[in-house]
Write a protein that binds this ligand. Structure first.
Ligand code: GLP
Length: 261
C-alpha cells in the first residue's frame, strides 16, 4: 500500500483522475471499477473534462460498479445507475452495454450477485478499482464484520451508513436498508485499487484503515493486504495519520509519482 497526501481536496481528486486517465490511455479496453458518493462526483467531473478537452476515449472501456441499493429501479434518482449516468456515462463516449451495475430489483438477489461475479471473471477481472470509504470504514457497502473473503452479496446497512446517506433520500425512513455489494474478497482480486478519501470527517476512520490492524470491523483495512493499492488523501483526511512525513517523502521521491508532480 502507498499513501499519498496532497495539500488540498482538488489536488487529491485531480491526481486520482490523472491516474485513471493514464491507465485508460495505456489500455483503451480497460476494465474500470467505479464507486459512488459525493467524493467521486468531482473525479467524474474531471474525467468528463479529460474526454471533452483532451480526447480521453472511453469507447472500448468496460465498467463495473461496486454496489447498488436493493429495491431501487435504474431510473430512480437515488439509484447508483442513475448517479453513474448523470455524472459519467451520459457525458462521455462509453458504450452503455459495457457499463455494469448490480440490479437491486432482481427477484433472486443471490443469483444476481452470482451473475455479477461471473461477468467480472469473464472480463478477466477488474484492472483498476476506484474506492471511497464510508464512516463505518466500509468499501463498497462492506459494513463492519464483512468477511475478508466475502464475495458479491446482499448486505444490511448499518444505522450510521443510513444516517450518512439519508439526506439524499429525504430522510432515513425513505432509504433502503440493504444493498448489493462486491465483497471484500472480490475487491482484493482487482488488479489495482485506488482509495480516495477527502475531508476531516474521514480522518479517524482513514487512520484506522491505513495504520491500524487489519480487521473486518474496518473493511478498508483489508486493502493493506492488496499488492497494488494506493490511498490518496487530502491534508484534512490525512491529518490523523502518524507517518505523514514518510508518505510525503515517498511521493516526492518515488519515480512513478514524479510524472504527476
Ligand atoms: C457510499 C458508497 C461507498 C462510498 C461511500 C462514501 O456508502 N457505497 O462506495 O465510498 O458512499 O461516500 P461519500 O463520498 O459521499 O462520503
Amino acid at each position: 500500500m502507498e499513501v499519498i497526501i496532497r495539500d488540498t481536496r482538488e489536488e487529491a481528486v485531480s491526481l486520482t483522475a490523472a491516474i485513471i486517465g493514464k491507465a485508460l490511455r495505456e489500455k483503451p479496453n480497460l476494465t474500470l471499477g467505479l464507486a459512488t458518493g459525493r467524493t467521486m462526483e468531482s473525479v467524474y467531473e474531471l474525467l468528463v473534462r479529460l474526454y471533452e478537452d483532451d480526447g480521453l476515449d472511453f469507447s472500448l472501456a468496460r465498467t463495473f460498479n461496486l454496489d447498488e441499493y436493493v429495491g431501487l429501479a435504474p431510473e430512480d434518482p437515488n439509484s447508483y445507475r442513475y448517479y453513474m449516468k448523470k455524472h459519467l456515462f451520459d457525458r462521455v463516449n462509453i458504450d452503455p452495454r459495457n457499463t455494469h451495475l448490480l440490479n437491486g430489483m432482481a427477484e433472486d438477489l443471490y443469483a444476481e450477485c452470482k451473475r455479477y461475479e461471473s461477468l467480472i471473471c469473464e472480463c478477466n477481472s477488474i484492472d483498476l478499482q476506484l474506492l471511497g470509504i464510508g464512516r463505518t470504514g466500509h468499501i463498497g457497502f462492506n459494513e463492519p464484520l464483512s468477511a475478508m473473503q466475502s464475495r458479491t452479496r446482499p448486505k444490511m446497512l448499518t444505522e450510521e451508513t443510513v444516517a450518512q446517506n439519508a439526506a439524499m433520500f429525504g430522510g432515513p425512513d425513505k432509504m433502503p436498508r440493504r444493498a448489493l455489494t462486491m465483497g471484500v474478497g472480490t475487491i482484493l482480486e482487482c488488479k489495482r485499487c485506488i482509495l480516495l478519501v477527502t475531508g476531516e470527517e474521514k480522518a479517524e476512520v482513514l487512520a484506522r484503515a491505513v495504520e491500524g490492524p487489519v480487521t473486518s470491523m474496518i473493511s478498508a483495512s483489508a486493502l493493506q493486504l492488496h499488492p497494488n493499492c494506493v490511498v490518496i488523501v487530502d491534508q484534512a483526511a490525512g491529518s490523523k495519520l502518524e507517518n505523514q512525513s514518510y508518505y510525503r517523502w515517498i511521493f516526492e521521491n518515488e519515480p512513478e509519482w514524479l510524472s504527476y508532480q
